[in-house]
Design a protein around this ligand. Sequence first.
Ligand code: UT7
Length: 361
Amino acid sequence: MRYAEITGWGKCVPPSVLSNTDLEELTDTTDEWITTRTGIKERRIANVNVSDMAVVASRHALAAAGLEATDIDLIVLATCTADVVIPSAASLVQAKLGATNAAVFDLNAACSGWIYALNVGTQMVRGGGHKKVLVIGAEKLSHLLDFTDRGTAVLFGDGAGAVVLEATDEPVGVQSVEIGTDGSVAGILCVPGVGTAGNRYQGDPSEYAIHMDGPEVFRRAVTAMGEASSRVVEQAGLSVEDVDLLIPHQANIRIIDATARKLKLAPEKVFVNIASYGNTSAATIPIALTEAIDEGKVTPGANLVFAAFGAGLTWAAAVVRWGARVKPLGLSDAHLPSVEKTAMELLESNVAFYGDGRRSE
Ligand code: UT7
């Protein structure tokens, strides 16, 4: 039987930091509200595009796996904020990496996208058609935010994470997985005006930003992430005691806590880094996985649970059994170009576009 082992991992977070205190200047909010209601203290704002962050994360993942870009035969890039509509961001990544032997495509399942992509990459390896796959989650959510809308501006950030999957006979990698969608309620989390449905000649500026019914998304996320996590643990033939680490999508600390409670997991078995980056959509889990490994929280043979929820409305959960190696085979010095501007300066045109109306509804 063929399996797909995660052999490399890497992240890229842009250098410009936007703090909760900065947000107090942009919209009607407070550090205290954001911290207690979401767990977020700061997030990163990119001065580059999604493909640039994806390339840096991928270079770290390739080095950790001891591979060259030309060894990769498939790239699946989970994103809902591709640089442009055509070509795919994955195509730009392929060119920048020099991954000339890879077939590539983007996958949009919003915040659940990286688990979807992990599932697709795993199946492609298991099917026998591919041997070495890059599975990336990369997002520039700041581009889709109205920073005067406190209901969304405080939640999201930019970043990328990547893993390398390699074919193996060892029974490691994805052990069980569930992906699902309820499109009938997709309207509660959407960007109505970006895409071919938008009115490109007379667009209303608010249509270019994320619209979200936060409490309704919250309620559904708690149910879906908790239930899907429980099901994949059971499908993998595990009990809760066998779970070594839950690495959940980082959308809200209260959603993470509720998911952990549903699984009856102790807090030390849950990886949380939401305070530093906020919700980077498809990038949260591969960034968190990379940090968990760097911090020694992923041990050889560990049973990891991933769970996510997002626009679509999508959800996903997976059990991954880690292999024997938790140290990178090599290191890369890849990084983004330095940036002169602060996060607040990077957002000047956003604020000019949406006005300083301190929109609260
Ligand atoms: O990955 C999937 C993507 N999205 C999510 O996962 C988001 C899921 N939803 C959430 O995380 C939460 O619903 C939010 C963080 C968005 C909102 O938290 P909440 O506890 O559900 O607050 P709420 O929307 O029910 O609002 C409670 C109060 C309201 O004021 P009143 O009516 O009680 O006076 C809001 O107007 O908090 C107010 N409020 C804020 N106040 C200060 C809402 N946002 C803010 C804010 N700063 N940023």
